[in-house]
Design a protein around this ligand. Structure first.
Ligand SMILES: Cc1cc2nc3c(=O)[nH]c(=O)nc-3n(C[C@H](O)[C@H](O)[C@H](O)COP(=O)(O)OP(=O)(O)OC[C@H]3O[C@@H](n4cnc5c(N)ncnc54)[C@H](O)[C@@H]3O)c2cc1C
Length: 304
């Protein structure tokens, strides 16, 4: 992590809100479900799928858990009404994972049931390492109850992920990403090269087991490796999808789509954009570098 990145991340709380807003606009669809629906319609128009994320996490009050359930229920309805090619992604701590596991399971089950009835799918995002075991339990419980319209996420930086792949139920549906949280060396690989090697190793293991994989990365090396594995195994297009974040690596997104792969864009929205942006930036100052480049790129564009 460079000095500049650390400096930017540390000074974020004093950066005026409108500036954080301007910078994060590219990554966040807006405050409302209508904003998100417009973004999804535009993405679908470009032949891209979407997944909706209502911003919010680490909920400490039950009333907020229920509010999250209502917001996601509205999102599932909007997807069905608009016949969009989109699903939803949820964070277990937004559904009370750190308050009470059974409460979380109950509320997530409510959503997964609603999604199933609407022909839709729920991806359970993976948060920091304190949540990993409970999140995988949540997923296993729902699968054991017979739900097939639910998937989970594994992070390539986690040392335990290979064992986690091997313990997944048959027919699992997994998003594979590098991992965004700051984790200690005891639980996570720190070296980018090792994380990348583990990403490829996990991807092979997931494909070997016949699992559906969401390959979530903007790293060109990994996109290349994934394409190589897909080609070598002659995998049908229905066995996997690529996934990228809204506003990130759009040229690579076009290249991947142009090569005929299906690609889903992660679309965060909601009034909690400010807290979310600050938290993300403070959690991982590396992202501050992206902000810096986007500010510089914006400046260059204005000068051009
Ligand atoms: C669809 C999706 C879902 C995700 N879900 C989770 C999750 O549930 N849990 C979790 O821990 N992590 C999640 N992540 C985040 C992921 O773990 C990584 O932190 C993030 O995607 C960056 O890793 P990368 O593979 O793109 O590689 P990197 O090496 O970090 O990035 C490769 C290149 O992509 C560009 N880039 C990457 N991220 C950004 C950004 N934010 N802004 C601008 N440019 C960027 C940069 O040009 C960079 O050089 C998700 C990512 C995606 C794409």
């Amino acid at each position: 992590m460079s000095f500049t990145h650390t400096l930017i991340a540390r000074s974020l709380p004093i950066v005026p809100r409108p500036i954080v807003r301007r910078v994060s606009r590219r990554y966040i669809a807006g405050d409302t479900l209508d904003d998100a629906v417009r973004t999804v319609a535009a993405l679908n128009g470009e032949g891209l799928m979407a997944t909706l994320d209502v911003l919010g996490e680490s909920v400490t009050e039950r009333s907020l858990v229920d509010a999250a359930v209502r917001e996601y229920a509205a999102a599932i309805d909007a997807i069905r009404t608009g016949r969009f090619d989109a699903n939803i992604s949820i964070k277990p701590t937004q559904f009370g994972l750190s308050l009470d596991f059974d409460l979380c399971l109950d509320r997530v089950r409510t959503l997964v049931t609603q999604a199933r009835d609407a022909g839709n799918f729920v991806r359970i995002d993976m948060e920091d390492s304190r949540c990993t075991s409970a999140t995988l339990d949540l997923y296993r419980r729902l699968r054991a109850e017979g739900f097939t319209n639910v998937g989970v996420v594994l992070q390539a930086y986690m040392r335990r992920s290979l064992a986690d792949v091997r313990a997944l139920p048959e027919g699992a549906n997994v998003r594979l990403c590098k991992g965004i949280y700051i984790e200690p060396p005891a639980v996570a690989y720190q070296d980018r090269g090792v994380v990348n090697k583990n990403f490829v190793r996990l991807l092979e293991e997931l494909f070997d087991r016949g699992f559906y994989v969401g390959i979530a990365t903007h790293d060109e090396d990994l996109v290349f490796e994934a394409e190589r594995l897909i080609e070598r195994r002659r995998l049908p297009g229905a066995a996997y999808e690529f996934q990228m974040l809204l506003g990130v690596a759009e040229p690579l997104r076009r290249i991947v789509r142009g090569a005929g792969h299906r690609l889903r864009v992660y679309v965060p929205y909601g009034p909690q954009w400010y807290a979310y942006s600050l938290r993300r930036l403070k959690e991982n100052p590396r992202i501050a570098g992206y902000i810096l480049s986007s500010l510089l790129a914006g400046g260059a564009a204005r000068r051009a």
